[in-house]
Design a protein around this ligand. Structure first.
Ligand SMILES: [Zn+2]
Length: 391
């Protein structure tokens, strides 16, 4: 049996006025997905446990079958793992966005104008050389920090463990609002570092970002490897460090694909082919993650969100089903890691629709949409991996 997990990031939504009260999942032309839903089983999954932030770290942790309420220690330490950073107990990681804050203090762009990764890496190197060389004080204790370049606007700061006691607002929740500074016992050095970054960014007019924004901090979690937890070999493809970090921490085979961008223009076919290639090559399970639908949600872009779903259908699912059939019996699980409603332009904790398909047994059938699963019982997201694997 081969297993595929499909994650259209943030694809779940709300009825939208611009779509005549329908959702992108209901409007998108997805004949392959519709057919899979008719032969499978649909349901409603709670991927974000109560009290945890509705992020891709929490949602994807659940999708991989690890209860986020038990294992989640923060978002940034997962991304740090993706960069190959192994943190000791004396250090934590912060997500370090390059952001654009207007002269009036408004969070104009949490993505700092989407700089390309090479330009961003030069900025991060300058930040590390300038601010990493200084000592930052918290309660009389001197501490050092280091900056590590990731992808586009998404980077990592490693800081002393004592800096964990601070409340930071995710910058994508501040779009168009005053950029609220961090609060709490450890806020002082975090604020000072963000403030000091402005002088460094001023030296880099080639990027639209004006400063760094620190958030999502925590120590690195110790996760049981996927192979010992589930007894099978798994791999994944994603363009997002956050999701890749979960693959690294669970010791999955993390496949790099040329043309995977984390943006609308990502190479869908290359991800599909990577899945089929590695399943044919001996892996038992493969996770395909595509970020485009989430980015469209954040942008409030109705057309791109629909296009992302149609791209899934035409450029991944169609060929995937064909390729899986050629390999033998298979099962598929499809669900987003959280909802990113177009109207709200940020993540929510709302339950999301899931789809389970077994190539050898027909399910009760259904419609894969928010409305299609509205009356189904709520399943904890981290239990779906067990259902997929029949454990
Ligand atoms: Zn996500």
């Amino acid at each position: 049996m081969k297993y595929v997990v499909c994650v259209p990031d943030g694809c779940a939504d709300e009825p939208d006025e611009r779509l005549g009260g329908r959702t992108p999942l209901e409007v998108a032309h997805t004949p392959v997905l519709d057919a899979l839903a008719r032969r499978g089983a649909v349901g409603r999954a709670g991927v974000i446990p109560e009290g945890l932030p509705p992020g891709s770290d929490v949602g994807n942790l659940a999708i991989l079958g690890y209860d986020p309420a038990v294992h989640h220690t923060g978002r940034a330490p997962i991304e740090a793992a993706a960069l190959g950073l192994c943190l000791d107990a004396d250090h934590i990681a912060f997500r370090c966005n390059l952001v654009t804050v207007g002269d009036d203090g408004t969070m104009v762009d949490f993505a700092g104008g989407h700089p390309d990764s090479a330009a961003a890496a030069a900025v991060i190197a300058d930040l590390d050389a300038t601010l990493g060389a200084r000592s930052w004080c918290l309660d009389g204790h001197e501490g050092r920090v280091s900056f590590h370049a990731g992808v586009q606007y998404r980077h990592t700061l490693v800081a002393p463990a004592a800096w964990a006691e601070v409340e930071c607002v995710p910058p994508h929740d501040l779009t168009g609002q005053p950029a609220r500074a961090p609060r709490g016992p450890a806020a002082e050095p975090v604020r000072a570092l963000m403030e000091a970054s402005r002088e460094v960014l001023a030296r880099h007019p080639e990027v639209a970002a004006t400063q760094i924004w620190l958030w999502g901090q925590g120590p690195q979690p110790r996760l049981e490897p996927f192979r010992s937890r589930w007894g099978i070999e798994a791999g994944m493809v994603t363009a997002v460090d956050l999701v890749r970090g979960l693959g690294v921490l669970t010791q999955m085979t993390v496949v790099e694909v040329e043309g995977a961008t984390g943006w609308y223009d990502t190479d869908y076919e290359a991800k599909r082919d990577a899945a089929l290639e590695h399943l044919a090559g001996g892996l038992d399970l493969f996770v395909i993650h595509v970020e485009a639908s989430d980015e469209a949600g954040h942008a409030g872009d109705v057309d791109e969100k629909i296009r992302a779903l149609e791209n899934w259908d035409r450029r991944i699912l169609a060929g995937l089903v064909e390729g899986l059939d050629a390999l033998g019996p298979w099962r598929l699980l499809l669900l987003p890691d959280h909802a990113t409603p177009l109207r709200l332009r940020t993540h929510t904790s709302d339950p999301v629709p899931y789809l389970l398909v077994d190539s050898t047994v027909d399910g009760p059938g259904g419609v894969y949409s928010e409305r299609g699963v509205a009356d189904r019982p709520l399943v904890a997201g981290h239990e779906l991996m067990g259902r997929l694997l029949d454990r």
